[in-house]
Design a protein around this ligand. Structure first.
Ligand SMILES: CC(C)(COP(=O)(O)OP(=O)(O)OC[C@H]1O[C@@H](n2cnc3c(N)ncnc32)[C@H](O)[C@@H]1OP(=O)(O)O)[C@@H](O)C(=O)NCCC(=O)NCCS
Length: 375
C-alpha cells in the first residue's frame, strides 16, 4: 500500500480584468496609498459575467491535470473549497466533475472559508494515505467580487477572484503531505460572514435592503485573531512533521494582508523572504490564495525539489490551520500527443454531459415528468 500523498499537478486560473487601487478609488473613498500601506494589495482580478466559481475551478483543474500522467477519468475524489459557491446546492465540485469528465469521482464542496484549501488538501491526503483512494483533485476557487459590498470601502478593497488546483496521487516515495493541524472557534462566527441566503435568514427583499447577502466583517477583530493563530499553527504542523521552525524553507500563507504575514514572520523569528507572497497582484482570493501563491513559486523555480513547505491559513468560522509538505518534483513529461488525447477527452466529456441532459429531457417527455429544475 502506498504511504504517501504527493502533489503531482498544479494549475491556476485568474480572470483577465484587473481592478487597480486607482480604479477602486473612483468607486469608493479610498486611495492607493491607504490600501497599500494597510494591506499590501495593489490590484485584484474580477471575473467576467460568463465566468464563475465553477468555470475558474474547471480551468485550473484542467491545467493541473495536464501536468500529470493521469486524466480526469482516473480521479477518485474532487474536493472544492470555496467561500463563493455557485449555489447552496448542488455542490460546485459536482459542476466541475461534470465539466472535466471525472466520471468515477465523488465530488463535494468544503466550507471552511479561507482555510478551506488547507482542510481540503489534508482530507484528500488522508484518504490517499489510508489506502481508500489513489488520485484526488483539490481546488480552491472564488468569485468573491459577487459577494462584496462595493459601497463598503473597508471590505471591497480586500477581495479578488481566482482559482487554484492541485492533483494529489498515492506514491511509495517518502515526502508529500506530512502533517496538518485543523482548528476552529465558532464563537467568532459573527466577525466575518455573509449572513443571508441560507436557512437562518432566507433571501428576502428586507435582507437585500440591509445588504445581508454581502460580506460583512469586523476588520480589526479579524486582524487580531489572524496575527495570533498564524505562527502557532505553523509551529504545530512543523513539530508534527518532525521539523524545527528553522528547517522550513518556505511558508505559503493565506494572502490576506502583508502586515498579518509580517506579524507571523516576527512570531516565528523567520526572515520575511521565507514567506511566499503575491497578494499585491490578486488581493485576498480566500480558498484560492494559497494555491495561487504556491503555483507561482513553483513555476518561477523558487520552490525546489526537497523543499520543506508549510501552508498556513485562517478565515471565517473562525477557522485556521496549517499543513506541512516536503516538495518532491514530479518526474512526468507529458508529450504533445498526450496533450492532444486529453483535449479530445475534454471535448468528449462536454459531449457526454450534453447528451445526458438531452436524454433526461427525452425521458421527461416520455414519462411526463415535470420540466421543473431542468435548467
Ligand atoms: C480591513 C483593514 C485593512 C482595516 O485596516 P485598519 O488599520 O484596521 O483600519 P480601521 O478599520 O481601524 O479603520 C481606520 C480608519 O480608516 C478608514 N478606512 C477604512 N477603510 C478604508 C479605505 N479603504 N480607505 C480609506 N480609509 C479607510 C476607516 O473608516 C477608519 O476611519 P475613522 O478612524 O475615521 O473611523 C484591517 O483591519 C484588516 O486587514 N483586517 C483583516 C481583514 C482580513 O484579512 N479579512 C479577511 C480574513 S480571511
Amino acid at each position: 500500500m502506498s504511504l504517501y500523498a504527493h502533489v503531482t499537478g498544479w494549475g491556476i486560473a485568474v480572470p483577465d480584468e484587473i481592478l487597480t487601487n486607482e480604479k477602486l478609488a473612483q468607486i469608493v473613498e479610498t486611495s492607493d496609498e491607504w490600501i497599500v500601506s494597510r494591506t499590501g494589495i495593489r490590484e485584484r482580478r474580477i471575473a467576467r459575467k460568463d465566468q464563475s466559481t465553477a468555470t475558474l475551478a474547471a480551468d485550473a483543474a484542467r491545467k493541473a491535470l495536464e501536468r500529470t500522467e493521469i486524466d480526469a477519468r482516473d480521479l477518485d475524489l474532487i474536493i472544492l473549497a470555496t467561500s463563493s459557491p455557485e449555489h447552496i446546492f448542488p455542490a460546485t465540485a459536482c459542476l466541475v466533475q461534470d465539466s472535466i469528465g471525472a466520471i468515477k469521482a465523488g465530488a463535494f464542496d468544503l466550507s471552511a472559508a479561507c482555510t478551506g484549501f488547507i482542510f481540503a488538501l489534508n482530507m484528500a491526503a488522508q484518504a490517499i494515505r489510508s489506502g481508500s483512494i489513489e488520485n484526488a483533485l483539490v481546488i480552491g476557487s472564488e468569485t468573491l467580487s459577487r459577494l462584496v459590498n462595493w459601497d463598503d470601502r473597508s471590505t471591497c478593497i480586500l477581495f479578488g477572484d481566482g482559482a487554484g488546483a492541485f492533483v494529489l496521487q498515492a506514491s511509495d516515495e517518502p515526502g508529500g503531505i506530512l502533517s496538518a493541524v485543523m482548528r476552529s472557534d465558532g464563537s467568532g462566527g459573527n466577525l466575518l460572514s455573509v449572513p443571508a441566503g441560507g436557512s437562518k435568514i432566507p433571501t428576502s427583499h428586507e435582507a437585500i435592503d440591509k445588504n445581508q447577502h454581502l460580506i460583512q466583517m469586523n476588520g480589526r477583530e479579524v486582524f487580531r485573531f489572524a496575527t495570533r493563530v498564524m505562527a502557532s499553527a505553523t509551529r504545530d504542523t512543523a513539530a508534527h512533521a518532525g521539523w524545527d521552525v528553522e528547517e522550513i524553507d518556505y511558508v505559503i500563507p493565506h494572502q490576506a494582508n502583508q502586515r498579518i504575514i509580517e506579524a507571523a514572520a516576527r512570531g516565528l523569528r523567520l526572515p520575511i523572504d521565507r514567506f511566499i507572497v503575491n497578494l499585491e497582484k490578486y488581493g485576498n482570493t480566500s480558498t484560492a490564495s494559497i494555491p495561487l501563491a504556491m503555483v507561482e513559486a513553483l513555476d518561477n523555480g523558487q520552490i525546489k525539489d526537497g523543499s520543506n513547505l508549510v501552508l498556513v491559513g485562517f478565515g471565517a468560522g473562525l477557522t485556521w490551520g496549517a499543513l506541512s509538505m516536503r516538495w518532491i518534483e514530479p518526474k512526468v513529461k507529458v508529450t504533445r500527443l498526450e496533450r492532444r488525447r486529453r483535449s479530445l477527452l475534454t471535448w468528449l466529456a462536454r459531449m457526454r454531459s450534453f447528451l445526458r441532459r438531452v436524454q433526461r429531457r427525452i425521458e421527461g417527455l416520455i414519462w411526463g415528468t415535470s420540466s421543473k429544475g431542468q435548467e
